[in-house]
Design a protein around this ligand. Structure first.
Ligand code: HAM
Length: 423
């Protein structure tokens, strides 16, 4: 009796990205490199593993991310480590660790990579997901908030996403926040018993988090709570007004969303989200805001910051729905050879074309012409190059356009340039 071995599957909430999708993912990443570089952002790569304390301190000990969602484990030397649930804290950690502040001026950094949160998987929500993010460190100027949002809008436009909403709010600063939180707490006292269990707890521990509650029954109650915007101190109010007027000046449409506090504790002043109607329940494509106190929270010098992260998985879904994103992933040419004498010239041509940057495939088993052409079709090759006995004797190969069926004879040395022009 043979033993059946159960195949091992990918871990729940994680997934493989396969071709041809990977070509679209790369196309989007290339666009991010291009657009962000145009705005003078430079790439940073930080580790996926960080000390747990980094996220506990920055994202906040009462957030869902830290209390329920982090992949945390004790390393062999007892150190508590976490797979990063987000990258802003890591970027600021790196900024401090490498004393980038000593270079003066502002630092504009961006990143692309996987993040990990142990959430309940559903459409658009994964346990390993990908973010494309950007952070500006070293300035609290409201024009920068608007400039970064302009860059985000340009990037979305370039990947074909035009239908989205920019929701914006201010969550004040450590000076004006306690006053608002006190008003909120008092308002919550009256309605606390009608709220969900989590919110009843949050009323005591972190009343702001109540505004972020997603429980359906709580929504009408939360909608009636006082708005942060009505309690901002004069400087925060001015900052918010300047951000919105800068957005208007740049022709960027936005909606003020008074309940937008976001799920991370490090925010000060501006918070925002980009939502898309095509995504269903998990409709936030991107989120971000200002975090002027974060550097100090993790042991660095006072350094204001502003940034965003795009959820790349959701971005890809929205881009696919918009239908404008295209990526070149097709095979340029399939080289068909017949007879042993043709193998070496075929191999040589293949290498020359590849060196010239054309994507080429060749098979090494001798097969009949019909089967080779079948393979060229299966690979969706744009051209087939056929080398047989008569082609060898004439010193000219057949180049067949697989779409039109047209075929012409060409000298081997001219094929690379021809294909490069056509592809
Ligand atoms: P966040 O709102 O937690 O912010 O995440 C940003 C985006 O990541 C979300 O809008 C969503 O598109 C995507 N995302 C989050 N969780 C998941 C998930 N489980 N599956 C798929 N996509 C997900 C941050 O992470 C902050 N670091 C943003 C920021 C940068 N603030 C300032 N600078």
């Amino acid at each position: 009796m043979s033993i059946r071995i159960e195949p091992i599957r990918s871990v729940k909430g994680t997934r493989d990205l396969l071709p041809p999708d990977t070509a679209l993912w790369r196309r989007v990443e290339e666009e991010a490199h291009r657009v962000f570089t145009a705005y003078h952002f430079r790439e940073i790569r930080t580790p996926v593993l960080e000390e747990t304390a980094l996220f506990a301190r920055s994202v906040g000990t009462d957030t869902d991310i830290v209390t329920k969602e982090m992949y945390t484990f004790r390393d062999r030397d007892e150190e508590l480590l976490t797979l990063r649930p987000e990258a802003t804290a890591s970027v600021v950690r790196a900024y401090i660790e490498h004393s980038l502040y000593n270079q003066g001026g502002i630092h504009k950094l961006y990143y692309i990579g996987p993040m990990f949160r142990r959430e309940r998987p559903q459409k658009g929500r994964y346990r390993q997901f990908y973010q494309i993010g950007a952070e500006v460190l070293g300035s609290d100027h409201p024009a920068l908030d608007a400039e970064v949002l302009e860059m985000l809008a340009l990037f979305l436009e370039h990947v074909g996403i035009k239908e989205y909403r920019l929701l914006i709010n201010s969550v004040g600063c450590p000076q004006c926040r306690p006053g608002y939180v006190e008003h909120l707490r008092r308002a919550l006292e009256g309605v606390k018993s009608s709220l969900c269990e989590d919110c009843q707890r949050r009323t005591e521990t972190n009343p702001l988090r109540v505004l972020d509650c997603k429980v359906e029954a709580d929504q009408p109650i939360i909608d009636k709570l006082p708005h942060f915007l009505d309690y901002l101190g004069p400087e925060c109010r001015q900052h918010f007004e300047r951000v919105t007027s800068e957005l208007q000046a740049r022709g960027l449409a936005y909606q003020v969303a008074p309940r937008l506090v976001r799920g991370l504790d490090y925010y000060t002043r501006t918070t925002f989200e980009i939502t898309s109607g095509v995504l269903g329940a998990q409709n936030a494509i991107a989120g971000g805001g200002r975090y002027d106190g974060l550097s100090e929270i993790i042991g660095g010098p006072p350094t204001p910051g502003f940034g965003f992260s795009i959820g790349q998985d959701r971005l890809m879904m929205a881009a696919e729905a918009a239908g404008e994103l295209k990526a070149a992933d097709s095979l340029g040419a399939y080289v068909v050879w017949m007879g042993d004498a043709a193998l070496e010239p075929a191999r040589q041509l293949t290498r020359d074309l590849r060196r010239g940057g054309v994507s080429v495939e060749i098979g090494y088993e001798p097969v009949k012409l019909k089967k080779s052409m079948g393979l060229a079709n299966r690979y969706q090759a744009r051209y087939a190059i056929i080398i047989g006995e008569s082609e060898l004797s004439r010193g000219r190969y057949q180049v067949k356009d697989m779409t039109s069926g047209e075929q012409q004879e060409m000298e081997p040395g001219t094929i690379a340039a021809y294909l490069k022009e056509k592809l």
